[in-house]
Design a protein around this ligand. Structure first.
Ligand code: AKG
Ligand code: FE2
Length: 292
């Protein structure tokens, strides 16, 4: 029988009593889906999943994304992106520094995904936590003048770090500048309303992140940056957050439409962290909606 246990006051639950390696019945799947919508981050302990089973579970939610950073897709499983600091023959086997600033996955695309599903295969002896922030709660916490200001504005989102004054380029990535310049050519900036409505919970969501929101459309650059500074100060302050400490065999999924997340770091080679990730795309009915 499924049950949930709260992981923090305002975001996240652990779902118990389900085995994700099995073909889930409709009742179990509906329970999991509703827990995701209600609590935004759902965690499962002790899951022994093959890559096939990880992909099969993910596909219950929708079509899986194949990440454009195709260097680190798992052999034979293009739906799985490997996150790791491990090396093989001196070369990284996965993305070393994925998600080290607060972000919503792929918000730099026109249709951001529904969620990501991470399966933890190896934890370092210290560090390696993942932080989550409830962006519906953050919207509610905005002071009135900011709420009014953001209502009609569009954020500019871009994957390339070259255009973002808030991030630094990692020393760990080989040929980082060339990599980000190429990325900018392949993925020019897109815009999203700063406030979206969640299609399933109906909540208003502040949709912006220090990693991918590089400015505000149609207003001068310095004004845009100071509005973003004010918004991101609220992220620092909010208590609608969770810092998840991984154990091997954990599966964690987040609603990418309504949370920001961040890899907290704090470990280094040869202390190994290894996580397989899938990302599920939205459908017409689950994509974020303009408020209008
Ligand atoms: O490794 C983590 O803790 C999170 C990485 C991340 O941002 C992601 O998988 O989307
Ligand atoms: Fe991420």
């Amino acid at each position: 029988m499924q049950s949930i246990e709260q992981l923090s006051d305002k975001i996240g639950v652990r779902v118990k009593g389900v085995d994700l390696s099995a073909q889930l019945n409709v009742d179990d799947f509906d329970f999991i889906y509703q827990s995701l919508i209600d609590h935004k981050v759902i965690a499962f302990s002790g899951q022994n999943l093959s890559p096939e089973q990880h992909v099969a579970f993910s596909q219950r939610f929708g079509t899986c994304d194949v990440h454009s950073n195709n260097q680190y897709l798992l052999d034979g499983f293009p739906e799985i992106l490997v996150l790791s600091n491990d090396l093989r023959d001196g070369q990284p086997i996965g993305v070393v520094d994925a998600g080290v600033e607060w972000h919503s996955d792929l918000s730099w695309q026109i249709d951001p995904p529904l969620g990501s599903i991470l399966h933890c295969l190896k934890t370092p002896s210290t560090g390696g936590n993942t932080g989550f922030i409830n962006m519906a709660a953050v919207y509610r916490e905005l002071p009135d003048h900011l709420k009014m200001m953001v209502e009609n504005l569009e954020g500019v989102h871009c994957v390339s770090k070259l255009l973002n004054p808030r991030v630094t380029i990692s020393e760990n990535r080989v040929n980082a500048r060339e990599f980000y310049a190429e990325q900018l050519e392949k993925h020019p900036p897109v815009t999203h309303p700063l406030v979206y409505r969640h299609p399933e919970s109906g909540e208003m969501i502040l949709f912006a992140s220090p990693r991918f929101t590089i400015g505000i459309a149609d207003i001068p650059q310095d004004e845009g940056q100071s509005i973003l500074d004010e918004l991101f100060d609220v992220l620092e302050e909010t208590n609608a957050r969770l810092e998840y400490q991984w154990a091997e065999g954990d599966v964690v999924m987040w609603d990418n439409r309504s949370v920001l997340h961040c890899a907290m770091g704090g470990y280094s080679y040869p202390d190994i962290r290894l996580i397989n990730r899938t990302t599920v795309l939205c459908s017409e009915t689950t994509r974020l909606q303009r408020v209008v």
